[in-house]
Design a protein around this ligand. Structure first.
Ligand code: AMP
Ligand code: MG
Length: 321
């Protein structure tokens, strides 16, 4: 890592084709100018991300979206006007100027207008689209503070722009309009399915991943069944049940029964607020991962609103363990 930088330094570095870790309201992104294949290639290299996993392109305005897509259906436009800037990504037919590397060869591009004031200011000053996956090593826990980014990618990264802790804390909701017909939810995230459907009516959600339905993970490129994973073994379970011997950590929603049985307990939201739980999730997973535990047991949260995004991340973190 060179250093933490100011916003003008970040803009200048991006213009030189360098990579900058950028704060957004979802998680920190590993950003580079989306129009330059050499820069985009470095994003994949630094993250260790397979090139079949397409990147989200970040822009400051609806006019800038129009420049990188070849069509923008009315329902997608309604979602855009309701939820942008914000934690929603729309997959739309791409314009020719977006390199194939960004979209993993797909004819569609994922686009988002982020809400974080630093991200918005940076994109406005830069006036170029920025491709940015989460600023973590591929498959690992996403960063929600600048320190998380420095810990994991510091050696390979040019610059980090510190914008404080991420307010939403889970990735954006991804909705595809790539095919005609009913829009499809590719990833639950910071905007709930209920909120989307209140605006545009039914949204198709292919069965969420379960051990019985691993194949569904292939529906959306990059939505791999194992993802968001700490290095410590994590499993989903009922925290009131008997736990295995050893140093075990608990990841609980509101409270943990008989906490003295656990070496470490992380509570996501004592008041049972799903938005607070989402904002705490990845930092809590990292703290548990650093605690020298033999295993982590996590409980699922209520499966509505932001709870769906949290359960999706927990299921992927625990996949195949
Ligand atoms: P990340 O950058 O890690 O937040 O992940 C971005 C996710 O957006 C990918 O893993 C895909 O699920 C989705 N995505 C990005 N581009 C496309 C696309 N062109 N078509 C479908 N899904 C996409
Ligand atoms: Mg990611």
């Amino acid at each position: 890592m060179r250093e933490f930088c100011s916003l003008p330094q970040a803009v200048a570095a991006l213009k030189r084709g360098e990579l900058v870790a950028i704060p957004t309201e979802t998680v920190y992104g590993l950003g580079g100018v989306a129009l330059w294949p050499g820069t985009v290639a470095r994003i994949f290299e630094v993250k260790g991300r397979p090139t079949f996993d397409p990147l989200i392109v970040h822009v400051p305005t609806l006019d800038a979206v129009d420049e990188i897509v070849s069509s923008f259906p009315p329902a997608a436009r309604s979602l855009a006007t309701h939820f942008w800037p914000g934690p929603l990504t729309l997959v739309l037919p791409k314009a020719a100027q977006i390199p194939d590397l960004v979209t993993a060869g797909l004819p569609s591009v994922a686009v988002r207008i982020p809400a974080h004031p630093f991200a918005r200011e940076l994109l406005e000053r830069l006036a170029l689209p920025v491709a940015a996956p989460s600023a973590n090593l591929f498959g690992r826990v996403s960063p929600t503070t600048a320190a998380h980014v420095a810990d994991q990618l510091g050696d390979q990264l040019d610059w980090i722009l510190d914008g404080g802790p991420c307010s939403v804390g889970v990735e954006s909701t991804v909705v595809s309009f790539a095919e005609a017909g009913v829009p499809c939810l590719l990833r639950p995230g910071g905007i709930s399915l209920e909120a989307l459907e209140a605006v545009i009516g039914p949204v198709n959600w292919p069965q969420p991943i379960t051990s019985e339905h691993p194949a569904v993970a292939q529906l959306a490129p990059g939505t791999l069944p194992q993802h968001y994973a700490p290095l410590t073994t994590i499993s989903l379970g009922d925290l009131s049940q008997t736990i295995p011997p050893g140093k075990i950590g608990a990841l609980a929603f509101q409270s943990c029964p008989r906490p003295e049985r656990f070496a470490v307990v992380e509570i996501l939201s004592p008041l049972g607020d799903l938005a607070e739980a989402a904002a705490q999730l990845f930092a809590a997973m990292r703290r548990l991962d650093c605690a020298g535990l033999d295993a982590i047991i996590a409980e699922r949260v209520p499966d509505y609103g932001l709870g769906r995004a949290i359960n999706d991340r927990l299921t992927r973190a625990a996949w195949n363990r």
